[in-house]
Design a protein around this ligand. Structure first.
Ligand SMILES: CC[C@@H](C(=O)O)C(=O)SCCNC(=O)CCNC(=O)[C@H](O)C(C)(C)COP(=O)(O)OP(=O)(O)OC[C@H]1O[C@@H](n2cnc3c(N)ncnc32)[C@H](O)[C@@H]1OP(=O)(O)O
Length: 311
């Protein structure tokens, strides 16, 4: 390809990257499931607001790693309706965090999340409202997974039901030694509704996903590593092997993958995201447009300059 044609492709790819970001932003704002059952966003927000309690806390750090805490300890961090709204608002903040590189999702009081708040579940047990809540959470967790940040779920204590679904909406999962992940839905006469089944199949494969859901299996760290649901087991805090708290250990683990300039780390997540979600030809186009945002960028030019010193 002649140089001018290469430059044309390169310049187009830069502009197309803007198209990728616009696509992602458009998708994230629009309801991913809005086409189903006349999903009336205002209506579901009003209903969820009627179930208060707890909070979703967000700490954005100078290191570029944010910590999102599911905070409802008197309810084992069960997600109330207002927490679901809180979660969506925090995901929007993270979508607009231009300095972000990583995200750790954890629970307060050394436990992760015991799913939907059962008092809310009882109150919105009619099909229409149940499906609206599911669609709201599917949209929010899909947007969480699509953040241009490398995300980690830090599981301590219990991640049950919707809490188990929540961890599938992160890129990686770390477990504390005595923690448990359990898709308890079958015991509730349910199946996952927050997108957890679709994501679980993509993480562990259909066979293992079927066993975890149909058996409502308790996943301890050993089993989690074995089936590929868990990426690392943290050191027991009561041994001298552990360096600091579980959160510090998780930050240490994640820092290995977010070392580097923000634009490069965000570009890495975007190209993997498109490879995971888009058909091959579209993924290849996206990869080129994302490549165009870092090729000749400050980090690339600095690396080249450093290389030339080693001649
Ligand atoms: C799409 C999935 C989604 C949905 O369909 O909407 C769901 O997630 S459905 C909910 C699925 N989750 C569960 O079924 C877990 C229910 N909780 C438990 O099994 C246990 O509480 C526990 C998490 C295993 C902890 O047991 P234990 O250590 O014995 O503590 P307690 O049971 O006494 O709990 C302490 C306290 O917390 C309250 N609690 C716990 N989980 C929930 C919850 N999901 N919703 C509301 N409240 C919850 C529990 O009631 C206790 O409160 P008090 O009795 O007032 O002390």
């Amino acid at each position: 390809m002649r140089l001018c044609a290469v430059m044309r492709t390169f310049l187009k790819s830069r502009s197309r990257c803007g198209a990728w970001d616009r696509l992602l932003q458009k998708q994230s704002r629009a309801s991913i499931c809005s086409h189903v059952h006349s999903f009336n966003e205002a209506n579901i927000r009003e209903k969820l607001q009627a179930f208060p309690g707890g909070s979703i806390d967000l700490l954005k750090q100078d290191s570029g790693i944010a910590v999102l805490t599911i905070n409802n300890p008197s309810r084992m961090n069960a997600l109330s309706g207002s927490m679901m709204l809180d979660l969506e608002e925090k995901v929007t903040q993270l979508e607009n965090w231009t300095d972000g590189k990583g995200l750790i999702v954890c629970g307060a009081a050394e436990t992760f999340c015991s799913g939907s708040d059962l008092s809310a579940v009882r109150a919105i047990s009619n099909t229409q409202d149940g499906m609206m809540m599911c669609m709201f959470m599917q949209n929010t967790l899909t947007r969480l997974l699509r953040l241009p940040l490398i995300s980690v779920a830090l599981v301590e204590g219990k991640a049950l039901g919707g809490g188990a679904e929540f961890i599938t909406a992160c890129d990686f999962r770390l477990m504390a030694p005595d923690s448990v992940i359990q898709f308890v839905h079958k015991h509730m006469g349910l199946v996952p509704g927050w997108g957890g089944a679709a994501r679980l199949v993509r993480i562990v494969g259909a066979q293992k996903a079927l066993q975890l859901l149909a058996g409502a299996l308790k996943v301890n760290p050993t089993l989690g590593l074995q089936i590929g649901l868990v990426d690392e087991v943290l050191k027991d805090l009561h041994t001298d092997m552990a360096v600091g708290t579980t959160l510090k250990q998780a930050e240490q683990w994640l820092s290995n993958y977010v070392k580097g300039p923000v634009p490069v780390i965000q570009a890495v997540k975007k190209v993997v995201l498109s490879g995971r979600e888009l058909p091959l030809s579209e993924a290849l186009r996206t990869e080129m447009s994302v490549f165009g945002t870092v090729w000749g960028g400050p980090a690339n030019l600095q690396a080249l300059a450093n290389k030339s010193k080693h001649k």
